[in-house]
Design a protein around this ligand. Structure first.
Ligand code: SAM
Length: 270
């Protein structure tokens, strides 16, 4: 896999759309309930639309703090030299960019994302950086095209909220982790303190207008706000980790709970 930075469209999982079209509308796309295939298509449309200005918007919306959060994600992941890493929903590759030097020549990072525009930017970023231990794979978290027991660590930054079937994604991640391997998730959350929660909600209400100004796409940033609003609580996500068979599960709030890092470990023996 080394030196292979081309998006691997052959790794795209087989489509289940014909089955999903018949499914009830049970997945949240922001405040709407939609079918699995509709959610997947609409999320893909969002990231296709914003890909070119994605990094700029992250810096503007977060006033740069997303960079700090991502460094904390890497820190909590506990990545070592020689590790095999999956950076899932890796998008424009900034987390992989933080990691590739640490894993070194004996390690490897797979940047995985279903959106071609996002992963192409990520691939180019890593090529420009001269990373030769990274490959790119076009796939969804719900159907990972990797063998069981492949990765030492999985990192996942601001992607989980967008997954169609989050439990299935955790199950797939667990399958592809080596025994004792871990998944670390950075995601938006809602502060518990009411004052901060209100302030943060007011601040986020600026994002769709900013998105419209920078990208010409207000709807995608309205979706962003709504998806944060409907995302499960930190405690519920810890429970989901446990249900999916992880151990040593915990979370830590960042900046009073505007985001959180969750971590779970695949048991050494099942
Ligand atoms: N990790 C990058 C970061 O932190 O900046 C990108 C995060 S971006 C908000 C969310 C990413 O999740 C998008 O690139 C999107 O294509 C990807 N994504 C959406 N649905 C997905 C799924 N079902 N499986 C894997 N990735 C998905």
């Amino acid at each position: 896999m080394k030196n292979d930075l081309s998006p691997n469209s052959s790794a795209r999982p087989n489509s289940k759309e014909s089955q999903e079209e018949d499914c009830p509308e049970e997945f949240s796309f922001g405040f709407e309930k939609v079918s699995a295939s509709t959610k997947r298509k609409r999320v893909n449309t969002v990231f296709t639309s914003v890909a070119n200005e994605y990094d700029l918007m992250n810096d503007l919306m977060s006033l740069g703090t997303h960079r700090l959060f991502k460094r904390m994600l890497v820190e909590v992941s506990g990545i070592n030299s020689g590790d095999q890493i999956l950076d899932l929903a890796g998008g424009t590759g900034d987390v992989a960019d933080l990691i590739y030097r640490t894993v070194g020549n004996t390690g490897h990072i797979t940047l995985a994302d279903p959106n071609l525009q996002m992963i192409e930017i990520g691939r180019n970023r890593l090529l420009d950086a001269g990373a030769c231990n990274v490959s790119a794979c076009v796939c969804t978290a719900e159907e990972l095209p990797f063998r069981a027991d492949t990765f030492d660590k999985i990192t996942l930054s601001f992607g989980f909220r967008n997954f169609t079937d989050q439990y299935q994604a955790l199950t797939e991640m667990r399958r592809t982790l080596k025994p004792g391997g871990s998944v670390t998730i950075l995601e938006f959350t809602k502060p518990k303190a009411q004052t901060l929660k209100n302030l943060y909600a007011q601040y986020r209400s600026l994002w769709p207008r900013l998105g419209e100004f920078i990208t010409g796409d207000k709807a995608s940033y309205t979706y962003l706000n709504e998806s944060i609003e409907v995302h499960q609580s930190q405690e519920a996500l810890v429970e989901m980790f446990r249900d999916a068979g992880y151990v040593s599960c915990f979370y830590t709030d960042l900046l009073g709970g505007v985001a959180a890092i969750h971590k779970g470990t695949k048991p050494i023996s099942d």
